[in-house]
Design a protein around this ligand. Sequence first.
Ligand code: PEP
Ligand code: MG
Length: 870
Amino acid sequence: LKQVYQFDEGNADMKNLLGGKGANLAEMTRLGLPVPPGFTITTEACMSFLNTTKELSDELKKEIDEQLSLLEKKTNKSFEGDNDLLLVSVRSGAKFSMPGMMDTILNLGLNDETVEQLASLTEDEAFAYDCYRRLLQMFGNVVFGIDMQYFENYLTFYKQKHGVKLDSELTGNDLKNIVIEFKRIILEIKKKPFPQSAKEQLYLAIEAVFHSWNNERAHIYRELNHIPDDIGTAVNIQMMVFGNSGNTSGTGVAFTRNPATGENKLFGEYLINAQGEDVVAGIRTPEPIEKLKNDLPEVYEEFARLAHLLEQHYRDMQDIEFTVEKGKLYILQTRNGKRTAQASVKIAVDLVEEGLIQEEDALLTLNPDMISHLLHPEFSKVALEEAVKVSDVGLPASPGSAVGKVCFDAATAKEWAAQGEKVILMRQETSPEDIEGMIASEAIVTSRGGMTSHAAVVARGMGTCCVAGCSELEIDEFLKRVVYPGGQLNEGDVISVDGSNGVIYLDELEVEVTGTSHYFDTIMAWAKKHARLDIRMNAETVSDIKTGLYFGADGIGLIRTEHMFFGAERLIQMRRFILSNSYIEREKALKVILDYQMEDFKEIFSTLNELPGVIRLLDPPLHEFMPTKEEDIVLLAQEMNVSKNEIERRLKELHEVNPMLGHRGCRLGMTYPELYIMQSEAIIRSAIAMKRETGLDVTPEIMIPLVGTTKELSELKEKIELYLDALMEEEDINVFYRIGTMIELPRACLIADQLAKTADFFSFGTNDLTQMTFGFSRDDAAKYINEYVSKGVLPVDPFQTIDKDGVGELIKTAVEKGRSTTPNIKIGVCGELGGDPTSIEFFDDINLDYVSCSPYRIPIAYIAAAQSTI
Ligand code: PEP
Ligand code: MG
């Protein structure tokens, strides 16, 4: 089995085997781009290494040796340093890009002798020793696990002691001294000398990359991004080119379009006389790419040409790493660039308009969950007028508006967030170790680093607000304070961060939701066109309904009528109905409630303007309407003119041990038919009024919740129909309506064929169905479900993403059974899962008619539905 491939043996389709980076290097080599030659060790080799002895096998070593000789021939250089010296980089590269998660070693192959050789070859001692000290540092860190700080601290100390400001001012002699010290650090901490054999360095580095697949932050990143644990990483070994070999050399990172806004213009940064990680690590603040036009005009032109070529070839925005060695440009890496939600919709639309891709491809480039970031609020104009600035020199690295308490380390950020605090993580720069703290933060602020620094890239990927390179802030992580031009911030102080403009303000600023863009609207129109499923909303207030309609909802999938009783005056009438013993009293209360409900329904119908709306009859256990506080009980007793004891006695009667399994849903309708009849009357009277007053022809869909037996549905439906038919006769007018049922109990799924004979439609209440199927109380399960998910007992929280094997199977059964008796029965989903992309794909696959979700999730649902159809 072949385990090692030269770059010119692979291509872009070999991502499984060569990893994303390896496959792209192969593809670029195939395209004739100036890629330094090299070879890739496969992901299979990685997994067999991790699953067996965790040592490089003899066969693998042999293959590596062979490919290395081939590389020496190709480059006409020698790895053991006999003639022109071949140095290599060793990098990880999994199938999916995992930025900052894995490790890189540069300049591998140098030792005490060859460094001298490199110095005389290049006639630049400082350059050679700078390469060597970087190797020692990276090798010490990645292979021997020595904290970077040991090296960085010594470097800072040395520079201070010798009055040197910039790394580039260090002389050959300085660097020699530093190399001696770095070797001493390695020996002292690891109790082993730095290996002088280039081959040994290479083997150890490869092993370290393989092992890094299993380091903790790699695990966290994979979990966050749903990347499987068993696919392994490839290792890329590539001839080094030197961006740190003088002033016609440099290194940089550029995107073919702006990853924050999507603007179609090269966007990136570079550093002259610098190597590898310098740009992304944020240690020196880099120059914007346009300046390269002045520094090295020919290189700039060539780069722009190749960047365009790559974008045309991959038909997507590219994130390209390049190095210039003594005026010669090399492309080291390209991949589809990570981008903000705002950029993702603009780029998708632009690429279609440029004729590079089709609408369908454009929709597939989007991450549905990220779309919600576009609907994020901004600081209100009024608040901004009065706001006090902490700084406005930072880079707008990832858009958004965030408010939170300042903290200075990832652990604190995580801890505070777990306690429900909103936190802003402030660091000089971030590193992969900070990932959990970054996930937990509302925003990330750094004082160093550019638009492509670790903080910026990761924040954009997560959709988290970020201001980077805020150079006027002195962030002291040790003393936990920031000194800014106008004062000082301490840990726990509240600030507001504007990631769209790179500005930081003191205190909490008010936010407001803003409108959408032309690009967003175009994407939504395409999604609607391509989605097979209809998308409805769960809503009952006029403002929510308007929001849903604005996002293109096809109607309402669930109006929870109990939400209409939350006002004080209405609550009193409801309590009166529930608590009074006399029929007359109850009728009186119902009459008042009927009027309220009519007001509501008329408003809803006129807002919906003939779009369908499913109105659910009362669902929650009655005790939810009851007062719990002593003073409220006293007040209610006075109003109803009964004793406090009497109220308390009734409250005791209503009390249920497990109310979710209690006297609720259609069970209420069975004991108090007049309640359901009143609600149905209000619905139909409203529809009649609409017809008479405005000519609108609404077809109400009345829904009966929590049905478990055919009798419940048939009896209630019959009663309601009898009443409504008499009502319409009396009013001498006809409105068309439907009566359907929710499917929320496992039993209902199993008798769906019988239910479908009576019901005009089905709607799956996946919240209750999940609760009842697992026996997980939906109000209390979060505690142990999180633990189940983190321990792998459950793959996901089934209240958030469909449990296909259990709940999903029940739903499938119900759909099949229901359609076996009534082939055209309309079927939807109105639980939370109706807004979850993975679940939507499942509902599309089993051919439901619609899903319904909260208004702000409608764009997400449309895109997920379109992606599922495509
Ligand atoms: C459900 O159970 O999924 C549902 C939509 O109803 P509710 O959440 O109101 O119980
Ligand atoms: Mg329910």
